[in-house]
Write a protein that binds this ligand. Structure first.
Ligand code: M6R
Length: 622
């Protein structure tokens, strides 16, 4: 939540693209992290210039156009997801202090801000905004004066007074040769240039300018100048960052000819699955998951797996449960990260915690992983963002290779997470001798056919888009599924809620008769995710009965079924067929029509598909 960018360059470097251009380009790419307001501050000729505006970045751009800023080679920029204070101009970042010579931006929540503010007020400080950030700005300003004008030390001293989660960036007119930042429980990466350096909430903040980056650890302060990156810990001791190269380029984070990022990312899915499968076997076809830094012996002795995740990632976790339990014969629990650590869970060193997170920064999941580690569990992250906090703090990581996901509504990351979970399950089954090599080979071969099959679903997308246009006025849509179709149903409902603002619920089809069937009225649209007729027969037959039950009560039934499934035709207003695959792999196909449906319906209603109201891409607050 909140996108943060910082830049410093030699004047001749900056003249190539302009500091303001670098900041605004970074904000454009980071806007998915929050879009309640945006702002920038630059330092030139001994003064700080600032522009900030509520609403999307476009409002800030108009503001700057109306009142241009002077040329500068150092500055900071912010795009906000509001926590403290309404999303208005006043609460927008940056916040100024020290006679407007210091500008500060912030991501996170400063939990002790009220106490700190009360103290500052008692010493005569006044505040212009309702934010916790302004408290940090005042503290940095006080320390700046006390240290005789040392912004790095001022930042370090202030950071030590703060509790909670924060990334702070500051520039000061009296020390214009640097941008200083600190981080605790909130993301920050450094971009390395030649005669220029960058800061960003994630690498997309500077991907247009460099792909060389440095990860920071917890509780560190970093000072970037034109030719140096200096890192210290909060206790003042020197530290080294870990260097890495970003393995995707700026073009991967563009819309590629599609109207929205979400559409583009839905169409990226064949590649996301293919890339996630890439290079996972040795010459003899055996799975080798190189990034897994957990000793295979330990994985053999795991007695229970707990999957932790939120939102869409949690639905991927539910699919993982069905597959891993079936293949590995180890119990798997799936739990929302924010519920997990408040219920005194039973964990020990034979428990494997598998966290699923696209961003790798979701605070609820990070806190749950930390808690599980403290209790002695082994932790493995399935993550899409290289160098992010959750994989860094986990014992092992299995990266998904979906590429950057910009739209707030997760699509390709979901399919990539499911794919990686399958790989983990098959790897554990291989290690523990629970499946014959031939069985693993067959499943892998079918997995490798999935990208082509997703493409077939995408190619037939117009039928779904047409239905979405017809249904744009539906006040409520229900989704039903059984077995692996159940999490798919919930994911279909979540997509519709978050981008089309339509009331939607996903139910286990068997649960219907225990209450939800009372919701069915004449014309109520119900999507049903139908299991393969080639799986357990009883499962398919039961879902067909469920379709009949809702239809008999007036529902408009829309089914997503396997190609050739004739049993659903008589009971469906419309059928969307997906190609045949193994029953456990079906979510990789049945999810796609539901994503297309939600995306098209939101577009039909004229909503901002990529940046839905009230949401942000990375939820870095608890
Ligand atoms: O980055 P993560 O995968 O940890 O994010 C988890 C959820 O916040 C995320 O999946 C959210 O539910 C999406 N907006 C759903 O489309």
């Amino acid at each position: 939540m909140c996108g943060i960018v910082g830049y410093i360059g030699l004047p001749e470097k900056t003249s190539q693209h302009g500091a303001l251009d670098v900041l605004l380009e970074g904000l454009r790419r980071l806007e998915y992290r929050g879009y309640d307001s945006a702002g920038v501050a630059t330092v030139a000729s001994g003064t700080v210039s600032m522009r900030k505006k509520s609403g999307k970045l476009a409002n800030l751009l108009s503001e700057i156009e109306a009142e241009p800023m002077t040329e500068a080679s150092v500055g900071i920029g912010h795009t906000r997801w509001a926590t403290h204070g309404a999303p208005n101009d006043l609460n927008a970042h940056p916040h100024l202090a020290d006679g407007d010579k210091l500008a500060v931006i912030h991501n996170g929540i400063i939990e002790n801000f009220a106490q700190l503010k009360a103290k500052l007020v008692s010493t005569g400080e006044t505040f212009a905004s309702e934010t916790d950030t302004e408290v940090a700005a005042k503290l940095i300003a006080q320390h700046f004066t006390a240290t005789g004008g040392d912004l790095t030390e001022a930042m370090r001293l202030a950071a030590n007074q703060l509790e909670g989660a924060f990334t702070l960036l500051a520039v000061h007119a009296d020390q214009p040769d640097r941008v200083v930042a600190s981080r605790r429980n909130s993301p920050l990466v450094v971009g390395l240039g030649d005669g220029e350096n960058f800061l960003g909430s994630d690498v997309s903040g500077f991907i247009d300018f460099t792909r060389e980056a440095v990860e920071l650890e917890q509780d560190q302060v970093v000072t970037i100048t034109t030719d140096d990156v200096a890192i210290i810990n909060f206790d003042g001791s020197p530290a080294e960052g870990k260097r890495f190269s970003v393995n995707w380029d700026a073009a991967a984070a563009e819309k590629g000819g599609f109207g929205t990022f979400m559409e583009k990312e839905i169409h990226d899915q064949p590649k996301a699955v293919e890339d996630t499968l890439l290079g996972r076997t040795d010459a003899s076809g055996r799975l080798v998951l190189d990034e897994l830094r957990i000793d295979p012996e330990e994985l053999k002795n795991i007695s229970k797996i707990i999957v932790l995740a939120c939102g869409t990632s949690a639905y991927a976790g539910m699919v993982a449960k069905y597959a891993i339990e079936h293949w590995v014969r180890v119990p798997v629990e799936v739990e929302l990260s924010h519920e997990f650590r408040y219920r005194d869970p039973i964990i020990d060193d034979s428990t494997l915690i598998v966290s699923l997170s696209q961003s790798g920064e979701t605070m609820d999941t990070l806190m749950a992983v930390r808690y599980a580690k403290e209790q002695g569990a082994r932790t493995l992250a399935i993550c899409n963002t290289n160098g992010s906090t959750i994989p860094r703090e986990s014992d092992a990581v299995l990266y998904t290779h979906a590429g950057p996901e910009i739209a707030v509504a997760s699509t390709k990351a979901f399919l990539a997470q499911i794919t990686a979970s399958y790989l983990l399950g098959l790897y554990m089954a291989q290690l523990r001798g629970k499946l014959f090599q031939g069985e693993i080979d067959d499943i892998l071969a079918d997995l490798h056919k999935i990208p082509g099959k997703i493409q077939e679903v995408l190619d037939g997308g117009e039928q779904i888009r047409e239905l979405a246009r017809e249904m744009a006025q539906a006040p409520s849509v229900l989704f039903l599924g059984r077995h692996v179709g159940y999490p798919v149903a919930m994911e279909g409902a979540l997509k519709l809620k978050e981008i089309a603002y339509i009331h939607a619920e996903g139910f286990a089809a068997g649960e219907l008769k225990h209450g939800p069937i009372a919701l069915i009225d004449q014309g109520q649209p119900v999507f049903v995710v139908v299991p393969s007729p080639h799986g357990r027969d009883s499962l398919h037959a039961k879902v067909v009965s469920n379709i009949q039950e809702v239809r008999a009560r007036g529902a408009k039934t829309i089914t997503v079924a396997e190609a050739g499934d004739a049993d659903v035709v008589d009971y469906s207003e419309q059928v969307f067929y997906v190609p045949e695959t193994q029953p456990l792999l079906m979510p990789l196909l049945t999810t796609v029509p539901l994503q297309i449906f939600a995306c098209a319906l939101a577009a039909e209603k004229g909503y901002d598909v990529d940046q839905p109201r009230n949401l942000a891409k990375s939820v870095t607050v608890e």
